[in-house]
Design a protein around this ligand. Structure first.
Ligand SMILES: [Fe+2]
Length: 241
C-alpha cells in the first residue's frame, strides 16, 4: 500500500472511531479510553516445550492422579474484551506458572526444589460468546528474582496476539520486579495486579478477576499505531519486552 492510501485508511479508521463514539453520546476521548489495553509482558523461558496431555482449565488436578496440587487453590476469572468492552468469543487463553515449590514443569528450570506432580503447570481454554474464561489453579508463588505471577497468552482469529503476566496485589516483591517495573504507566501497571480474596462459591479457595483487553479489529489497530491518534486517545502502548 502506498503512503497516501495508508494515511487515508488511518484517517477513515479515526473518523469511524470518533463518529461511533459521538453517536453513543459520549465524548470520543472517554469512549476510546474506556479500557486500557493490557500491557504485554515477556513470554519468559518456561512456556511448555510440549503441551501436556492434560491441558484443561483445572490445573490443580492432573488426570490419572488422585492428589490435589500443593498451594492455595485459586480461581482466576475474567473476560477477553476489546478497549470498548466488546467481548471476544472463541479466543484461546493459555496460562502457565510454577508450582508451589517454585518449579516450572519445564526442562529448562534446573532449580533444586522438587516438582509437585499434582500440579498441571499449564492450562488452556476457549472463551465463550461473552468472552469469559476461568481457571482453577494455585496462588502464584515467588521464585528467585521474580514476584509471584501467572503467565497468560491470548490468541485467536482476528485478534492481535497478547502475551502478558498477572501479578498479585499486596506482594512486596511487586515493587522490585524488573518486568512489572518496565510498565511505566501506573494505570497500565495496576491493570496487571489482581486482588485475590475468598471465593464465596468455594470454601478455602481464593478468587481474582483479570480482564484481558486487547486489539481485536484491524482498523482499530491501524488507528492506534498512528501518533496523532495516540496523542488524542490516551491508550497505553504495549510494553515491548
Ligand atoms: Fe515466570
Amino acid at each position: 500500500m502506498n503512503p497516501s492510501n495508508r494515511d487515508r485508511r488511518r484517517l477513515l479508521g479515526l473518523l469511524a472511531a470518533v463518529s461511533g463514539a459521538t453517536a453513543l453520546g459520549a465524548s470520543p476521548v472517554v469512549r476510546a479510553a474506556q479500557r486500557l489495553l493490557t500491557p504485554a509482558q515477556s513470554r519468559g523461558p518456561f512456556y511448555p516445550l510440549e503441551i501436556p496431555l492434560d491441558a484443561d482449565n483445572d490445573l490443580v488436578q492432573v488426570s490419572g492422579r488422585t492428589g490435589l496440587a500443593r498451594g492455595t487453590l485459586t480461581n482466576i476469572v475474567g473476560r477477553v474484551i476489546d478497549a470498548r468492552e466488546r467481548p471476544i468469543p472463541a479466543a484461546r487463553v493459555e496460562i502457565w506458572q510454577c508450582d508451589a515449590n517454585g518449579r516450572y514443569h519445564h526442562p529448562g528450570d534446573r532449580r533444586a526444589a522438587p516438582r509437585d506432580p499434582d500440579f498441571q503447570g499449564y492450562g488452556r481454554m476457549q472463551t465463550g460468546d461473552d468472552g469469559a474464561y476461568r481457571f482453577r489453579t494455585i496462588r502464584p508463588v515467588a521464585y528467585p528474582g521474580r514476584a509471584p505471577h501467572i503467565h497468560f497468552a491470548v490468541s485467536g482469529p482476528g485478534i492481535e496476539p497478547l502475551v502478558t503476566q498477572m501479578y498479585v496485589a499486596g506482594e512486596a516483591d511487586n515493587e522490585r520486579d524488573f518486568l512489572l517495573g518496565r510498565v511505566r504507566d501506573p494505570q497500565a501497571r495496576a491493570s496487571l495486579i489482581v486482588e485475590l480474596g475468598p471465593d464465596a462459591d468455594a470454601s478455602a479457595e481464593l478468587i481474582g478477576r483479570f480482564d484481558l483487553v486487547l486489539v481485536a479489529d484491524g482498523r482499530f489497530a491501524r488507528a492506534s499505531d498512528d501518533p496523532a491518534y495516540r496523542a488524542r486517545f490516551p491508550l497505553v502502548r504495549r510494553n515491548s519486552v
